[in-house]
Design a protein around this ligand. Sequence first.
Ligand code: C2E
Ligand code: MG
Ligand code: MG
Length: 610
Amino acid sequence: MPLWVWIALGALAVLVICEELRIFKVDRECRKKDEIFQAVTENAADMIALVDVKGHRLYNSPSYKRVLGYSPAELSETSSFEQIHPDDRMRVLEAAREARESGVGKRLEYRIKHKDGSWRVLESVASTIRDGRGDVAKLVIVNRDITERKRAEQQLEYNLFHDLLTGLPNRRMFMDRLQSAFARVRRETGRSYALLLANVDHFKVFNEAMGTKAGDHILTEIARRLSAEMRQDDGAARDRGAASDASLFRLGADEFTILLETVGDPSDAMRIARRLQEAVAAPFPIESREVRASVSVGIALTTAAHVRPEDILKDADVAMRRAKAMGGSRCEVFDEAMHTRAVGRLKLESDLRMALTERQFRIHYQPVLQLDTRRIMSFEALLRWEHPTQGLISPYRFIDAAEDTGILVSIGHWLMVQACHQLREWEVNDRSGSPMNVTVNVSARQFADARLANDIQDALQQTGIDPSRLQLEMTEKIASADPKLTVTVLSHLKHFGIGTVLDDFGTGSTSLVGLTQFPVDALKIDRSLIREMQTDRSASDIVELIILLAHKMNLKVIAEGIETARQLERLIELGCEYGQGYFFSQPMEAKAALIFMRQQFVSRKSAGTS
Ligand code: C2E
Ligand code: MG
Ligand code: MG
């Protein structure tokens, strides 16, 4: 063999040996790296796995046993792929492929089966190990168990969108759904949806009378019945081949709403409302008592007039309030007239606020007289609103709105102080020397307001008026709304030395016998009974009976709305001792009242009855 061949073979041998030595070195380095890798992963909390490019397990850190329950032997017998949740498998495969190809792994979440059969959620990141040729040879996968964190996140998300008492989706979820329904209707012509707003009647009374625990119980029971009814309705709709698409939400304390995303006919909404009302109406036992609740339902349908999703909610609210105003346990569908009324009402409410700050309220006084002697016993203070453009407005037109907004409490306080000041002023100017009283009407809210006692004390202190010269009138309706509270407040007033009158008697539901529970001083017979006394025999009998029984209970009787001499005569005959009405005088300004006092004094003096 020529020499050059030997030289070439020698060089080749040297090259091969060098290459072997290099591979040996790389291999040794790799082994060393594996050892370091193992040492690092052995005590790690995360699960660390080493897999080859085909997905075969080369190494699993001991934390696999702690987190997923499998021993190393069990792991080597099972396929890692099969432990992955079937729905997540494709994503995991795709991520592994990407990591192999790009050399960079993405963060991934997937579910894996615990040895006990439960699913754990893992968060994993893969990184690659290349071989000597620079090709990806292995993947290092770091897995972290995030099951608890996920559960907490889900709980948080659930709490954010659900009401914790009833478990129903809450207002936030409702607004989300309403927004989507609104957007869909805008996109797809011919689509419409409806909203049912159900409010529990007199819920406040339940809560106050039976305690909040019982109140919660009532709400949960109502929520349960509404849900059950809707599931049935859903089933029935499916049976008919129709999609009802109804969802129930709890909007606030005692308010539930149902979003009907597909309504063929408005009567669908009406039918559902009636069924829900029936479901709520069945009695349920609470603390060994039987309680009956009811809901008032307002229904509104999508219209072109709605520019924001919440507009339909406002309409449903107006209809619901109307259902309540008409006695509750009713169902009303929103219409345009309601809208006009609601807008008018809103304007009235804001005007009333302004009227108070602009001092537009006035007080007129109507005398209450002793019927046989015509001696003035007191003046009833009656509120008037001197409107800048509409003139003097009767309380009948604004008292309910003022009461609903709560502004009547402030007006009432102002009136009480003002009336006591007036009494003081009359006293100074009237030399007849007859002791005079003032009577003030209190509203339901004022009556239930803890500030009432302070307001009274404030008025008396400011004016130096003796408590016995102030009388408070509350209607029979207010008194019987919450008898327990009425008794407490009336006893308190009596203790103060303040007189109390049950107004508009005979129009409400209080039985005469039931009256004995209220510590009042007088009854004021409603003017409707006085008016009918002449024409209707039964009205006359009722008046007679009221006078008889009231006297038996040591209550004074005042007749309201005496307009004729005949009415006056008959009342005197029946033994009624006090009265007021146009026959004597209309309510009048303070100055006119003073003149009336003087005239009355003079005429009584000349008649010799003073
Ligand atoms: P009320 O307390 O029963 O007052 C009697 C009402 O009957 C007064 O109406 C009075 O003007 C009217 N009236 C008196 N005599 C006659 C009569 O012979 N014939 C007729 N047709 N009517 C007569 P007014 O002043 O319009 O007050 C209406 C109601 O508004 C009052 O009824 C009372 O419930 C309420 N109200 C008035 N002022 C106040 C107030 O300051 N606070 C509260 N909470 N309510 C008030
Ligand atoms: Mg009155
Ligand atoms: Mg009255």
